[in-house]
Design a binder for this molecule. Structure first.
Ligand SMILES: Cc1ncc(COP(=O)(O)O)c(C=O)c1O
Length: 405
């Protein structure tokens, strides 16, 4: 612990939060807890209170906290080499790129530091592909209403939520929004300038809406017929969350470009966009990142891949996900305020007929970390090691919270 951290740890929680609010830009309405450490499915705050975690740092920490194999892999890399630059090769990045291209079935990987940056790279790839074809600089992208792709200007421009966009206009041009799961609304927007269609196979932030098979296959067909690149944002729904490595595998549909992040590094900041040969249009000088794909974050990703395989994480997601599905269906029947239940694997949502903020706050008070997706939907995105007994424990607390409100 540094001296500054030690000084803070002597303060009361309230005083430390006061310091936080003085120093940090207030772009989050934070809950009044300071999380300190974790173990498996549980987190502990600075006062020792235990929380069952059904949020996983927003679909990030898949392996359970304090995972020994993951920690050891990261520690070993810290002692060896943390950063070089992308002007040189490093072994962890080579291994991680090979694994990602094998798992996605795509060809070329670019590592980023976040999901948002993966989206930026995907947008640039699509524009460059179209530019190479016709030399025009007025290409268009079709994105979906209620999507979420990140907060930087490019990612924000394809995010179908006017609330996030309004104050930051003008955004990047040429973006049109279709209705998710409505193929006709996509067809209507296609022009000879459309270079890409971007969507999440399961919309996360927008309220846990899985695509229909008809929609995903139909969008693939539109892209094939019009030489448009299909971009799947698997940042939240990928890396095993639906019970398959990537959500699009549930539909038998392959994108031209896939974006990945969150559980890829299980907390170390790494994302990627992965292109097939056709979409790999960026060349030397077109794109770059100082940190992207450094040895440390890639060692973390390699550990994640290995642990997924050895500990049969996907099988666990399918089993626990089915159990969660059954239990949430039962709850929907029991509680009249619940109007819908959606999702698959360990990315499920319960929509209420009113805002769920007070339920989430009550759950956190009661030792259960939950998160919403949109105003009226509770999102269940636990670490992917969750077992049916954790679902039971979660439901016991959750039901009490519903009763108290
Ligand atoms: C589907 C999706 N795309 C992109 C992002 C942005 O990722 P990041 O916050 O790592 O930049 C998110 C984050 O929640 C996301 O859920």
């Amino acid at each position: 612990m540094t001296r500054a951290e030690e000084n803070l740890s002597m303060m009361s929680k309230e005083k430390a939060i006061e310091c936080a609010e003085e120093a940090l830009l207030h772009v989050y309405n934070r809950y009044q807890i300071i999380l300190d450490h974790g173990d498996g499915m549980y987190l502990y705050d600075s006062e020792g209170k235990k929380y069952l975690d059904f949020c996983a740092g927003i679909a990030v920490f898949a392996l359970g906290y304090n995972n020994e194999r993951f920690n050891n892999a990261v520690k070993a890399q810290v002692d060896k080499l943390v950063h070089t630059s992308n002007y040189y090769y490093n072994m962890p990045a080579i291994a991680a790129a090979n694994a990602l291209s094998m798992l996605t079935g795509l060809d070329k990987v670019f590592f980023t530091n976040s999901g948002t940056e993966a989206i930026e790279g995907a947008i640039k790839s699509a524009r460059k592909y179209a530019y190479n074809k016709d030399g025009r600089t007025d290409h268009e992208i079709i994105a979906m209403n209620h999507s979420f792709h990140g907060r930087s200007m490019g990612a924000l421009s394809v995010t179908g939520n006017p609330h996030y966009q309004e104050a930051f206009k003008p955004l990047i041009g040429g973006v049109k929004f279709a209705q998710f799961n409505n193929l006709d609304s996509v067809k209507e927007l296609v022009t000879d300038r459309t270079c890409a269609i971007i969507l999440e196979p399961v919309q996360g932030e927008g309220g846990i809406y899985p695509a229909t098979e008809e929609f995903l296959q139909g969008v693939r067909k539109i892209c094939d017929e019009n030489d448009i690149l299909l971009i799947f944002d698997e940042i939240q729904c990928g890396m095993g969350r639906t019970g398959r490595m990537f959500a699009c595998e549930n539909y038998g549909v392959k994108p031209d470009i896939m974006t990945v992040a969150k559980a890829l590094g299980c907390g170390l900041p790494i994302g990627a966009f992965v292109c097939n040969k056709k979409a790999a249009a960026l060349v030397a000088g077109d794109h770059g990142s100082t940190y992207g794909g450094n040895p440390l974050v890639c060692a973390a990703a390699n550990a994640v891949f290995e642990i997924y395989q050895d500990e049969k994480i996907l099988k666990n997601v399918r089993e626990t996900g089915d159990y969660l599905f059954k239990k949430l269906e039962e709850l929907k029947e029991e509680i009249p305020q619940i109007v819908d239940h959606r999702g698959v694997g360990l990315i499920q949502g319960l929509e209420f007929n009113e805002p769920v903020g007070p339920i989430v706050a009550e759950a956190i008070n009661s030792g259960l970390i939950l998160i919403s997706a949109g105003a009226n939907t509770i999102r269940f995105i636990p670490p992917l090691i969750a077992k049916p007994e954790h679902v039971d424990e979660m439901l016991e607390i959750f039901k009490k919270c519903l009763w108290m409100l």
